[in-house]
Every structure is written in structure tokens, then in C-alpha cells.
Design a protein around this ligand. Structure first.
Ligand SMILES: Cc1cc2nc3c(=O)[nH]c(=O)nc-3n(C[C@H](O)[C@H](O)[C@H](O)COP(=O)(O)OP(=O)(O)OC[C@H]3O[C@@H](n4cnc5c(N)ncnc54)[C@H](O)[C@@H]3O)c2cc1C
Length: 516
């Protein structure tokens, strides 16, 4: 594809965009939705780790057609673009593109919710719909369905999170998606699922039509921009209890994990319904580091463990029996167990009304661990506030020894970088543990960013050497060669070239594709 001959508009950050491309984008989305001012560009390139990324422009389409047209322009002018649905991706690269000089495709104006089906529990959301907006929408229309919220910010995108295979309090989000509307970088639009077959009565149902599952190509990927999708909502359980477990020290953990695994096997605790936190993660929810005595900090890394679990049931007597049985089992291997009944016979118990499906963003406080105080959650912005944060997401076998020997090593390596071991763990079935490490550091300390990035690289490298794999990667950080060089990565690069001949969409994301 020949490069159009055009004049170049100088950019204050030293990156030049063809004036004709900017002109095209202005025609497509309206001049007020193409921003090239220095303040905007610096703002969108900021992340919670160094260095900031240089952004050339921020282009904000208003619908799926405009999104596809903007991508087509980027392809014709061979300009890298990076989609951002809401940009609450703190610790995973924030809103910043994967490469210097890229244009941000800001999808926040795609904020429509449509096609709500209150009987089948389906709703179509555009990319810019937040968890909060979706919760508000559903609250007005149904008490039978909800979207499991994530531990992250309420202003995150329900669609982008699911595309990124995020997880909420009651399971992973990816499999809730179907009927994707995708804009390819060459400007084509693609609909997946039953809709394009005219099979309207099976839209949104599981399974997908016969044939390979194409939807997966757009998860954690740079093959297309998903402008909207149908979300299969979660049915609201009639009865619900919350189990809070103070497990005790490291010596209590093996027996606790055995009980947990048994409960997963027998399905009394479904996938990801139990969350295990080390003491540091637990403390960071309510305190900043400076408020914790040194001896408590030392033991909280590996010698203090907490868990909470959501117990569901179809009737009050079943909930009571199940909660009693689970608390007996966990009490036998833990220090204390508390049970709170949150919902009985379809009615919330006072104080628990917001337990499912209403995001509170409270975990954002943990990002301010190294600051003097917690922020006002309504205005908190870890990029702006200079918080140091990298998420590291690693999968382990459901085995105490494999997990703990890695954690023990990781604690030492992180301490060398001045970082506390802060880890949460969930189970994906009875075979797999999914961990998420919060690498929180003080960006004001000299060399802190470099030390954190070196530790991150070592943590991933050592995990791979020991046979464990990252299941989610931060944008803009090096992808280990072993992950970039697989046959699957090579095939993905070939597939990507079909819809993205100039290689403009988030080049290098998850190791796929390089700068054109
Ligand atoms: C304290 C804290 C707690 C967190 N807890 C959780 C948690 O419990 N579970 C969890 O899953 N995450 C969690 N996160 C991580 C993060 O906040 C979420 O994943 C959040 O959903 C990401 O922000 P976003 O939805 O605005 O996505 P965005 O920032 O818009 O995008 C995320 C990624 O998807 C790509 N993308 C965005 N939109 C599209 C699109 N339409 N098509 C194709 N690609 C697209 C982007 O390029 C980017 O790579 C947490 C973060 C913090 C700071």
C-alpha cells in the first residue's frame, strides 16, 4: 500500500503526523474530537511505570462506523493506533499505547447499552460502557441478573475487561461475551456469532455456531477493535453468604489449600469464588505502608493469610447447610471463620445490598500503599498521582509446594527492589491457581522504576523457567522471547496481516506484530 504524499504537521512532542490524516480524522469524527494539544498527549501517555509513552493525537469516534473509518485512515497512512475503551488499565500499561508515536483511539463515546433481554439475561454494550453505567442500567430493569464486578475501578469498561480476560467476584468475564462487532484495521466490519446467519432466535445463546471459535482471536489481542458485544448476564442467586477466614500463618496454608481444592472438586465452591490474600494485600486495603510497624510488615508477606468466599445456594435451608459445612471444614484448618448471610430467599439483608454487581472501586486504595494517605476514590488517578504499580499475573498448578517455593523466592527478589510481596490468588477449577502480584513502588525514590521493571522481568523469567505461565501481560513491557517465538505467535502474526496489512493496531501487544 503506497504511502500518501502529504505535508507533515509538527508535534510538540517531536512526533509528526501527516496533516492529511489529521484532516481525514477531523472529517470523520468532528474537529472537536481530534486532540493534538500537548497537555492531552502527555496525559494519555502517562503510566504507573517508566517511561511515559509519546502519544501523537487522541481521536474519539462516536460510533462503530466512525471507529472503522478512523482505523482505515490509520492503515492508509501507516500510523500506529491504540484502542482505549475507558483507560482504567492502571498497572497494565494504563491508557498509554504500546509504542511511542501512536494515536489513541479513545472509545469512551461508544457508551450505548441496547438490546436488553430480561428473560434470557442478555444485553449489548458498546466498548465505552463502564461497570458503573451497566450496574445502574440493570438496577432499573431487573433484579434477576447482574454483571459480576471486578475488584478494579467502577469506571473500567465492562467490555474491555472481558476482552482482556479479566475476572470478577464470581468468575472470569471472557466467556460472558458473544456476538462481537469488530472493526478491523483495514476498515472492514465483522460480526461474529448467530446474528450474521440470520439466526436471530439463538443470538446470545451458548454454544456459538458450528466452526472454529473466531471470537477468541479478539481477546488480549491486536487483531481488531471490538466496538460492541452481547454480555450474557449472571443469574442473581436466591441465597448468598460471605465466608471470611483468618487462616493464620504459613504453617496453616497447606491444610487450608487442601480443603479449598476439595471444595472446588465437589463444586461447593465454584471457580474463583474464593480469594486468598497475603497479609500485605490485606493490610493495604485499609492502611498505607507508613502506618504499619516493621515487625508486622515482615510477617505479613508470607506468614499471614486471609480468604473470603462467596457461597451461593438455591434456597435458604441449602445455604445454611452449605455455609455451616464449609465453615466447619475451614475452621478445622484456620484460626477463625465468620459467616455473614447476605441474601435470603431473594431479598438482600440490610447492609449487603451492593454486594453483587455494584462496583465500589475500594481496592484502588491498595495502589496508594507507598503514599502518605489514601486518596478520595472519586478523583483518584494513579497515573496522575505518581503511583508506582505493575500487575503480574501468573498461573500455577493447584499445589502448595509449587506456589510457596515461588512466592518465597519472589519475596526475596522483590525486597531487593524495595517492593513488598503483595499477592492475591484465586482458583480456576481444582487444577489451577491464578495469582496476581501487585508490584507497588515509590516512584519518587531514585531508581525505583528501574528496580521494579528489573524485578518484573526476573519474576516472569523465573516463573517460565519453573514451568509457570503469565495469563495476562501489561502493555508496553517486554514480552519474554519464549512467548513471542511460539508457532501460535507466528500464525497469529500471519492472521493479523490479513486485516491489518500495515501492522498499525497496538504493535507488539502481547508479543504479536512489530512497528511498521
Ligand atoms: C486496584 C486495582 C484492582 C484491579 N482489580 C481487577 C480485577 O479484580 N479484575 C480484573 O480483571 N482487573 C482488575 N484490575 C485491572 C484493570 O483495572 C481492569 O482490567 C480494567 O478493566 C482495565 O481498564 P478498562 O476496562 O478501562 O480497559 P482499557 O484500559 O480501555 O483497555 C484495556 C486493554 O484492552 C485493550 N482494549 C480496550 N478496548 C478495546 C476494544 N474495544 N477492542 C480491543 N481491545 C481493546 C486496550 O488497548 C488495553 O490493552 C485492577 C486494577 C486496579 C488498579
Amino acid at each position: 500500500m503506497p504511502l500518501p504524499t502529504t505535508s507533515l504537521a509538527a508535534s510538540p512532542c517531536g512526533i509528526e503526523l501527516p496533516a492529511a490524516a489529521l484532516e481525514e480524522w477531523r472529517r470523520i469524527v468532528g474537529p472537536e474530537h481530534v486532540r493534538t494539544g500537548e497537555a492531552d498527549r502527555l496525559d494519555w501517555g502517562r503510566r504507573t511505570f517508566a517511561p511515559d509513552v509519546r502519544v501523537s493525537a487522541v481521536v474519539s469516534p462516536g460510533d462503530a462506523d466512525q471507529t472503522a473509518a478512523c482505523l482505515s485512515t490509520a492503515t492508509r497512512y501507516r500510523l500506529p493506533v491504540h484502542p482505549v475503551s475507558r483507560g482504567a488499565n492502571w498497572g497494565m500499561g494504563s491508557r498509554a499505547p504500546t509504542r511511542d508515536g501512536a494515536v489513541i483511539l479513545d472509545l469512551r463515546r461508544l457508551d450505548r447499552i441496547s438490546g436488553f433481554d430480561g428473560r434470557r439475561g442478555l444485553v449489548r454494550v458498546e466498548a465505552g460502557v463502564t461497570f458503573q453505567a451497566l450496574a445502574d442500567f440493570l438496577e432499573e430493569r431487573t433484579d434477576r441478573f447482574f454483571v459480576p464486578v471486578i475488584g478494579g475501578p467502577a469506571q473500567a469498561s465492562a467490555l474491555a475487561n472481558a476482552l482482556d480476560r479479566g475476572d470478577g467476584s464470581m468468575g472470569e468475564r471472557w466467556t460472558s461475551l458473544c456476538e462481537l462487532d469488530v472493526a478491523l484495521p483495514d476498515g472492514r466490519r465483522l460480526r461474529t456469532g448467530c446474528g450474521p446467519l440470520g439466526a436471530d432466535r439463538t443470538v446470545g445463546l451458548d454454544p456459538a455456531p458450528a466452526g472454529p471459535l473466531i471470537d477468541g482471536l479478539f481477546s488480549q489481542s491486536n487483531l481488531g477493535v471490538v466496538t460492541s458485544a452481547v454480555i450474557r448476564l449472571e443469574a442473581m442467586p436466591g441465597d448468598l453468604a460471605i465466608l471470611s477466614v483468618d487462616i493464620g500463618g504459613l504453617d496453616a496454608l497447606p491444610a487450608f489449600m487442601e480443603v479449598w481444592r476439595d471444595c472446588q472438586c465437589e463444586q461447593s465452591l465454584p471457580d474463583r469464588s474464593l480469594t486468598l490474600w497475603n497479609g500485605i494485600k490485606w493490610l493495604a486495603l485499609d492502611e498505607v505502608r507508613a502506618a504499619i510497624p516493621a515487625d508486622r510488615l515482615a510477617s505479613a508477606a508470607l506468614d499471614e493469610w486471609h480468604a473470603s468466599a462467596v457461597i451461593r445456594a438455591e434456597a435458604p435451608e441449602i445455604l445454611e447447610a452449605r455455609a455451616a459445612r464449609l465453615s466447619r471444614r475451614f475452621a478445622a484448618v484456620s484460626r477463625t471463620v465468620e459467616v455473614d448471610i447476605a441474601r435470603r430467599d431473594g431479598t438482600w439483608i440490610e447492609g449487603f445490598e451492593d454486594w453483587l454487581g455494584v462496583p465500589d472501586g475500594r481496592n484502588l486504595r491498595t495502589v496508594y500503599w507507598r503514599k502518605e494517605r489514601h486518596p478520595d476514590l472519586t478523583t483518584a488517578d494513579p497515573d496522575r498521582d505518581g503511583c508506582g504499580l505493575i500487575w503480574l499475573c501468573l498461573a500455577f498448578p493447584f499445589e502448595y509446594q509449587a506456589l510457596i517455593s515461588y512466592l518465597t523466592w519472589a519475596r526475596g527478589r522483590l525486597e531487593e527492589a524495595g517492593i513488598d510481596l503483595n499477592v492475591g490468588i484465586e482458583s480456576n477449577g481444582f487444577r489451577c491457581l491464578l495469582s496476581y502480584f501487585t508490584l507497588g513502588f515509590d516512584r519518587a525514590a531514585p531508581g525505583a522504576d528501574e528496580a521494579a521493571l528489573a524485578a518484573y522481568r526476573d519474576l516472569i523469567g523465573t516463573a517460565l523457567e519453573r514451568g509457570f505461565v503469565p495469563y495476562r501481560l501489561a502493555n508496553g513491557l517486554p514480552v519474554p522471547e519464549t512467548m513471542r517465538e511460539t508457532p501460535a505467535a507466528a500464525l497469529l502474526a500471519e492472521l493479523r496481516a490479513v486485516g491489518d496489512p500495515a501492522g498499525v493496531l497496538s504493535p507488539g501487544r502481547n508479543g504479536i506484530g512489530r512497528l511498521p
